[in-house]
Ligand binder design. Structure first.
Ligand SMILES: [Fe+2]
Ligand SMILES: [Fe+2]
Ligand SMILES: [Zn+2]
Length: 498
């Protein structure tokens, strides 16, 4: 009788199931992989980039299915037990609305972007890793939408989230971040999302939302957060590996990678200013201030990473000095912009109550009482007289990050003076929130002059008209339901009746 062949070892099995790349013969490799050369990154050996996940597709499905099963069991029991009653206050839901409108569609963009580079990298190791990450990101948006759909039955502000994401002025901040990354080449995309966002900044996005949810009695969000975070560990590994691979392949790659790290750390931070306002203002109970989170997750933890990259000649991005100077001010300035433009937001806004203001002055002893409390006092007086202030205009947006030009000269210690920059390009004037956005523009002006700027679009007559009712109509925001002050809102009434 013929002897049965020995089974393959685990390592060979894994290789046979994952390393499916080959050199093409009847088509030129450059035609099959047209995108991975034009950015100037030089690669000599794709084999050096191993798939960091070391998982077969088969194992991946089993593993992820297990996680989903657990998550959906929690979400079901949350809905059955009417756990929305356990919220500290329904004003908390503005934080969830910001997440669903701002972050969840970005997960989908990450899915599309990783699927794209999974096709276009020449090496088969990164291809399979990027493919898995693309599926992870799709799973993230699905679990988030399912989690939050429960609130849609009880509260306003959840139903039109994809429509809002593509149009509303402040949601163009995360949208333009991903549009920018996805219209770059594959190497810049992986630095932008895999490294700067996932590796350097992700903790500042997810941890505050998740711990904020836990502090405010919202366990469904905590569950999807944990479920997504367990994928993030893999994403971080891929991001770091991508950077090291580029840096090790050729010294000519170093300045290109440095420019991308500088650009995307800044772009990522500008998205995080929305999270800063969320942490300091939108959570009835805040576990941590924005400033504390920045100091812990960036100033302390990321130093080690940059020390590690120093041997390749990589330096800490210049923008870190600006972020440091802004950390005492950013959350206040962003929330005040939301408050004054609260007629055109897809969530409620409000003046922080006494308890919150006391907490803010403890967390920001240098700045809150001196600069910001007096403004809230003034607004409160007006609101009590029935004259709650709503701007009838939308704020001017930065051409690059699309955050309103709202920050002040914090680096030169003139916190009441507006910080803005301008560049004239082909006889048109462009506005920026900072030197860093201006530099990004000046490096690639042709890219950013085509940016879809929500406020400019309104003035150009592309959004149904220039007044607030016209704009709300275009946005599909129901006036008096989704926008304006939390006080007196249907959400507040619904919560109090529960
Ligand atoms: Fe994700
Ligand atoms: Fe991710
Ligand atoms: Zn900007």
């Amino acid at each position: 009788m013929e002897k049965r062949k020995k089974r393959l070892s685990m390592k060979d099995q894994y290789r046979a199931m994952t390393r499916l790349g080959w050199e093409t013969t009847y088509q030129d490799m450059d035609k099959v992989f047209p995108y991975d050369r034009f950015e100037g990154i030089k690669i000599h050996n794709w084999e050096a980039w191993e798939d960091p996940f070391r998982m077969t597709m088969d194992a991946y499905w089993k593993f992820q299915a297990e996680k989903d099963k657990k998550l959906y069991a929690i979400i079901d029991s949350f809905a059955q037990n009417n756990a929305q009653k356990n919220l500290t206050d329904a004003s908390y839901l503005s934080a969830l609305k910001l997440f669903l409108t701002g972050v969840s569609p970005a997960e989908y963009q990450a899915h599309r972007g990783f699927a794209h580079i999974a096709r276009h990298f020449r090496g088969d190791g990164p291809r399979v890793a990027c493919q898995m990450q693309a599926i992870d990101e799709l799973r993230h948006i699905q679990t988030q939408v399912h989690t939050m759909s429960h609130y849609n039955r009880h509260f306003n502000g959840f139903s039109e989230f994809p429509h809002w994401h593509d149009r509303v002025w402040y949601l163009s901040v995360p949208k333009s971040f991903f549009d920018d990354a996805r219209t770059a080449g594959p190497f810049e995309f992986i630095v932008a999302i895999g490294f700067s966002f996932e590796y350097v900044l992700t903790n500042l996005l997810f941890v505050p939302f998740m711990s904020g949810a836990a502090f405010n009695g919202e366990m469904a969000t905590v569950s999807f957060g944990f479920s997504a975070q367990s994928d993030e560990a893999r994403h971080m590994t891929l991001g770091l590996q991508a950077i090291k691979f580029m840096l090790e392949q050729d010294p000519d790659n170093v300045p290109i990678v440095q420019r991308w790290i500088d650009k995307w750390t800044w772009r990522g931070y500008r998205v995080l200013v929305l999270v800063a306002a969320m942490m300091d203002y939108m959570l009835p109970e805040s576990p941590q201030s924005w400033k504390e989170a920045w100091e812990l997750y960036f100033e302390q933890n990321t130093v080690g990473l940059f020390n590690d990259l120093a041997k390749y000649g990589i330096k800490v991005p210049d923008c870190v000095a600006r972020i440091k100077a802004e950390k005492e001010h950013a959350s206040h300035q962003v929330w005040m912009t939301f408050y004054t433009h609260g007629a055109a937001t897809a969530m409620h806004t409000w003046i922080p109550d006494e308890k919150k203001q006391k907490w803010l002055s403890e967390k920001y002893p240098e700045t809150f009482d001196k600069y910001y409390r007096p403004i809230y006092d003034h607004w409160k007086e007006r609101a009590e007289k029935g004259e709650r202030y709503y701007s009838q205009m939308l704020p001017h947006l930065c051409q690059v990050c699309q955050v309103p030009v709202l920050f002040t000269e914090t680096e030169t210690d003139e916190p009441m003076k507006l910080h803005q920059r301008q560049t004239v390009y082909k006889e048109e004037r462009y506005h920026f929130c900072s030197d860093h956005c201006q530099h990004i523009f000046e490096h690639e002006p042709e890219k950013y002059v085509y940016a879809w700027m929500p406020v400019q679009q309104i003035f150009q007559g592309n959004c149904g008209g220039p007044t607030i009712p016209d704009v709300l109509n275009f946005y599909k925001i129901e006036d008096g339901k989704e926008n304006r002050d939390y006080k007196g809102s249907e959400d507040e009434v619904a919560y109090n009746m529960m």
